[in-house]
Design a protein around this ligand. Structure first.
Ligand code: ADP
Ligand code: MG
Length: 356
């Protein structure tokens, strides 16, 4: 999948921009505060129907305007072209796909998978487990058709069980234990399968930056694996009542990375953690690139800001070899000279975008 055309209106400081990106590398060059991140935001909005900067999507609307609009065309790996679009006003969101208005963003996310690597992506390893669950879930979503439905049923059962616990209405708790165990076990199984698939790509991407180390990725299910989830839920009832919420289940899952037998989180430098985050997110895109008809579009914001010269060049060398579409921002062409041949280059200044 690649974005072959995009038009953005009133996205942050971009009043209006129209681009015909390359299906491979695209560089977005401009000084600080010129609108580079705003342009990436437009691409992200088109694929995710939300912002990667703020939970409040209306903050992406240009100051003084009542709404924003982004439209584009994506070409599937089989050569199909699909028009997509999103319009956001203060309190409404409209998504268009192939000329139809759609309600849920799921279909859009499947049609145009977008991933972002940005300075705050460090949270994937250094932040709360929620970030790691979201990482796994986005990946699984693209591989298992029924995952979203399962996940919704699980979330509903979880909230029902939590209500019963708080109100101490234990008569129906068995019913919800069973429901949670059923979907929770499926969710964990799907996350494990996904991790198995991802692992070789993670090793391949990480090998760019960590030569000769042994890497491991461990998924924790979110409950005591000596028991079934149903048994764990049954045994937890008394302490769950005290806590007022459900302690066991895939909503508590996590994963950790181990380097030469030591926990990455405990021992690596911040810079090394950043490289592992790059490796994880690039692994997701590599796996999709290798899976028929599924390649993603990857946004890399401020590529050079946190990597030293060697690692930056290794990264750019690695990206050049991929078949994935990338949008990469930098403040000067100097920073990316290693990779700039046969890439599309866009210059941004005061919210104006020009193709070089
Ligand atoms: N909703 C908005 N409307 C107008 N301008 C905005 C909005 N949100 C942010 N800006 C401004 O847009 C400019 C470009 O921001 P950004 O795209 O993040 O720049 P950069 O090129 O450094 O990535 C900044 O001056 C920022 O303050
Ligand atoms: Mg920026």
């Amino acid at each position: 999948m690649s974005l072959v055309k995009i038009e953005a209106h009133d996205v942050r400081n971009i009043e209006s921009a129209a681009l015909e990106p390359s299906p491979r590398l695209n560089f977005i060059i401009g000084p600080n505060a010129s609108g580079k991140t705003s342009l990436l935001e437009a691409v992200y909005l088109l694929g995710r129907a939300r912002s990667f900067r703020t939970p409040q999507i209306s903050q992406a609307i240009r100051f003084g305007r009542s709404g924003l609009m982004v439209t584009g065309k994506v070409t599937s790996d089989t050569g199909h072209t699909i028009p997509i679009g999103i319009r956001i006003a203060r309190d409404e969101r409209e998504i268009h796909l192939s000329g139809r208005k759609i309600q849920s963003s799921a279909e859009l996310i499947r049609t145009f998978p977008v991933l972002v690597i940005q300075p705050s992506s460090g949270a994937l390893l250094e932040g709360a487990p929620k970030h790691r669950r979201q990482f796994l879930d986005w990946g699984v979503f693209h591989f298992e058709e029924s995952y979203l439905d399962c996940w919704r049923r699980y979330a509903k059962a979880l909230s029902q069980r939590n209500i019963l616990l708080r109100e101490r209405r234990l008569r129906d708790i068995e019913l919800w234990n069973r429901e949670l165990a059923r979907y929770g076990t499926i969710i964990h199984g799907a996350r494990e399968r996904y991790t198995e698939r991802l692992m070789p790509y993670f090793f391949q991407a990480a090998a760019q930056f960590f030569a000769g180390v042994r890497l491991d990725l461990h998924v924790q299910s979110g409950w005591n694996r000596n028991k079934t989830l149903e048994a764990a839920l049954q045994e937890d009832v008394a302490s769950d009542i005290r806590l007022g919420h459900t302690q066991s289940g895939p909503h508590k899952a996590d994963f950790s990375i181990v380097l030469d037998g030591r926990s990455a989180k405990a021992y690596l430098s911040r810079g090394q953690m950043k490289l592992l985050v790059y490796a994880l997110l690039l692994a997701q895109s590599l796996l999709m690139e290798e899976s028929a008809g599924m390649s993603a579009c990857v946004l890399v914001d401020d590529v050079a800001s946190e990597l030293d010269e060697n690692n930056k060049n290794r990264l750019l060398g690695f990206l050049k070899e991929r078949r994935t579409q990338f949008f990469i921002t930098a403040t000067t062409e100097e920073m990316i000279k290693e990779a700039i041949n046969d890439a599309a280059v866009f210059h941004v200044e005061h919210g104006q975008v020009k193709q070089a």
